[in-house]
Design a binder for this molecule. Structure first.
Ligand SMILES: [Zn+2]
Length: 154
């Protein structure tokens, strides 16, 4: 079971457990319960429509990460969605210095996915095996009435 997300500052990658399997660094305290990648289109909306003018002028995939109403950069909370009196959303920046001083982007999604897998290999392999075993057990249990579903991740 996922008990929170950490960030390996050496490898610059989200961790699903307390240990990075690339460099061995340990991070006992999670910074978020879950994490969703922010793609360039959402980053543009945050900057151009919701007031996050401190974000870099060029949007890129995986620059920010989202957990509920909060946005993170390299594992640090940098912004939150807030609601104004008329209930319209606006982005409140918390650490704009971090966003201004760092401008690197992740452009190679394929190598990022490989790095993400390698940093979290044991956890991801374990939950994949649990899912496969669940499907096998279900097929054996319900031989004549099987519903099929496919799931794909990032
Ligand atoms: Zn690492």
């Amino acid at each position: 079971m996922l008990i929170g997300v950490r960030w390996c500052t050496k490898c610059d990658i989200p961790l699903l457990t307390d240990t990075c399997e690339i460099c061995g660094s340990q991070y006992p305290k999670p910074f978020a319960k879950d994490l969703v990648p922010v793609f360039a289109e959402e980053m543009t909306i945050l900057r151009d429509l919701l007031g996050a003018s401190e974000l870099p002028g060029k949007s890129s995939n995986l620059y920010l990460w989202n957990s509920r109403t909060n946005y993170y950069y390299k594992g640090r909370k940098v912004a939150s969605i807030k609601y104004q009196n008329d209930k319209s959303p606006i982005v409140g920046m918390t650490k704009d210095k971090i966003l201004r001083e760092l401008s690197e982007t992740i452009t190679d999604l394929k190598s990022f996915k490989k790095k993400l897998y390698n940093a979290n290999k044991s956890y991801l392999d374990r939950i994949e095996n649990e899912a496969i075993q669940f499907i096998r057990d279900t097929v054996l249990e319900v031989k004549h009435n099987i519903a099929l579903a496919a799931v794909q991740t990032l």
